[in-house]
Design a protein around this ligand. Structure first.
Ligand code: FAD
Ligand code: KPC
Length: 522
């Protein structure tokens, strides 16, 4: 179907995407009358390809996106970030209901059981609006050209085949993302075993007892959700939670608060163990997971009817390696320089395809970096440091150095923390603000945690760490301020205007110490 000359509304797009998800015909939006060659073909229209395309077009270039799905936006609105946020919000609401069961206006939640299947169905019934918006915005507002519902096959460094046609460009930008990785054990194909993608597409029963394999962000987030619904859940991880190589700068006090909090909510967390086998019943449905203690070798059996694999992702680099010969790293990631150039001239790679961190900011900014370089503007991307977050039933955000890291590099590290070190959590209902006020008054130990790490000599803030709700936005800007060449001092923080009660409390706490020439902990 050629929609180039049609103005398709968001509502019409919802139906169109649904219709085309059941057939193999492409959706084509190409300005045939434009005789200019494409500056770049973006293979994959996820966050990386869409933002790269948008930027290149805004700079006056001509681009083409080819995506095998009938919508743009990629995995984020389809199976990843958006369902994750929906489930994490459900977990937060359910957690509140459980703590306040039978108190104030809250109904008795003793036997509360939320349906996991219903939440998946809810997501699937609503995700079409995000798909539609991606297609509509890209065409009507960003003036992008695209072919959807068509796999791209690279012929050579300037030629791509899709929908039975060959397209030519000065540059190719590879952005087809990563695929979920399964552990190399028997039983992963049993009914009842899912990863983040098949969980959305294929869940067809109500889980009663869950085992999550893998302590990744996804493992922490989804196990917290499953437990919050009332489905007894066990999380099995090889390493201590939040001490995995994929997460940098995690502060130990913050980690303790988060992991203790997950256990307090009934989640069983088994660290230092790896899966050995997933066993099924006579009908091919999962019935138990065998795990092994990595230090003693001792095995144990975890009965369950639902297994969620959260064991990472592998970049989809094989085709490009074979056809173009691009260099890849040990985990299959396409190797790129700071301009997002691969080892092959005129071939760029972006997003999850270039490896960790697999996060939206990197996907989008790497797409933009490729676009700028293609358009002749020198542009580099460095993602060695970035703000990070994850959900348990809380929102957990951090940026900069942890206390432990700071103490390795600086002699005079000052800590501003709430509740302060040595004070029992239950004694101080702080921090509190959006989302934690009720906890502050009835369960002060549940109202969250915060820490600022400061170099007492230069007075520069080195890191911020927060558990609670509503602070994530601030961390985007704190990251920018911290990483300026001049950094951010405790005095500048104290001079900012807080919107009290503010979730992260950092401004007013810094102000309480800023008057002193010799900083002390708070
Ligand atoms: P993708 O979005 O995966 O896009 C790749 C595109 O390539 C897809 O549209 C696909 O259809 C297409 N494609 C594949 N093969 C072909 C082919 N042969 N021809 C044509 N097209 C092809 N990040 C955050 O920052 N915040 C979050 O809260 C967050 N939550 C997440 C939750 C989960 C459960 C997961 C798994 C990830 C989450 N992420 C989150 C990470 C984020 O989703 C990814 O980093 C991001 O979507 C990667 O974008 P991308 O463009 O590189 O790849
Ligand atoms: C709807 C939404 O913003 C989440 S999905 C974003 C995909 S993209 O804008 O292409 O990064």
């Amino acid at each position: 179907m050629d929609i180039t000359l049609t103005q398709t509304t968001n509502r019409q797009w919802v139906d169109l995407v649904e219709e085309y998800s059941h057939k193999s015909e492409p959706i084509i939006n190409i300005h045939r009358e434009d005789t200019r060659k494409f500056d770049a073909i973006f293979i994959g229209g996820g966050a990386g390809g869409r933002f790269g395309s948008g930027y290149l077009r805004a700079m006056g270039g001509r681009q083409l996106i080819i995506d095998r799905w009938p919508f743009l936006g990629g995995s984020c609105p389809h199976q990843a970030c958006v369902p994750h946020h929906l489930f994490s919000e459900a977990a937060r609401e359910l957690d509140l209901m459980r703590w306040f069961s039978g108190k104030l206006w809250f109904p008795d939640a003793t036997n509360l059981r939320a349906s996991i299947l219903q939440m998946v169905e809810l997501f699937k019934s609503g995700r079409g609006t995000a798909h539609a918006f991606m297609n509509w915005q890209s065409k009507e507002q960003l003036d992008l050209e695209y072919i959807l519902n068509a796999s791209a096959t690279v012929i050579d460094a300037h030629t791509v085949e899709a929908a039975g046609e060959r397209f030519y460009a000065d540059n190719l930008v590879l952005g087809i993302g990563a695929a979920p990785l399964s552990p190399d054990i028997s039983g992963v194909g049993l009914h009842g075993v899912y990863n983040y993608s098949t969980f959305i597409e294929e869940l067809d029963f109500e889980p009663q007892r869950c085992v999550v394999i893998g302590g990744s962000k996804t493992g922490i987030e989804y196990s917290s959700f499953f437990q919050a619904t009332g489905c007894p859940t066990t999380l099995v991880a090889r390493k201590p939670l939040m001490r995995t190589s994929g997460l940098h700068h995690v502060d130990e006090d913050l980690r303790t608060y988060v992991v203790d909090g997950m256990r307090k909510r009934g989640l069983t967390i088994i660290e230092g163990h790896e899966p050995v086998e997933i066993r099924g019943d006579s009908e091919g449905h999962v019935k138990e997971v065998v795990i092994r203690d990595m230090s003693t070798g001792e095995q144990q059996v975890l009965p369950c009817d639902f297994v969620f694999l959260a064991t990472g992702e592998r970049p989809r680099s094989e085709h490009f390696q074979q056809v173009l010969g691009v260099a890849v790293g040990e985990k299959g990631e396409i190797l790129v320089d700071k301009h997002m150039r691969t080892s092959v001239p005129n071939i760029y790679a972006i997003g999850d395809l270039v490896g960790s961190p697999m996060e939206m900011f990197k996907a989008r900014k790497s797409g933009v970096t490729a676009a700028r370089n293609i358009m002749g503007e020198e542009s580099e991307l460095d993602w060695t440091n970035y703000p990070d977050f994850l959900h348990s039933t809380y929102e957990i955000s951090w940026v900069g150095l942890s206390e432990e890291e700071a103490k390795q590099h600086f002699e005079n590290v000052i800590i501003i923390q709430m509740p302060p070190k040595g004070v029992p959590l239950a004694d101080i209902p702080l921090p509190c603000a959006e989302g934690t006020m009720l906890y502050a008054f009835m369960y002060p130990e549940l109202s969250g945690f915060l820490k600022a790490v400061v170099d007492g000599d230069t007075r520069k803030v080195l890191g911020f760490h927060h558990v609670g709700f509503g602070a994530k936005d601030a961390f985007q800007y704190l990251d920018y301020l911290l990483r300026r060449p001049e950094g951010l001092t405790i005095d500048e923080m104290g001079n900012m205007n807080e919107l009290f009660l503010n979730p992260e409390h950092f401004i007013q706490l810094c102000r309480l110490r800023a008057g002193s020439p010799n900083l002390r902990d708070l």
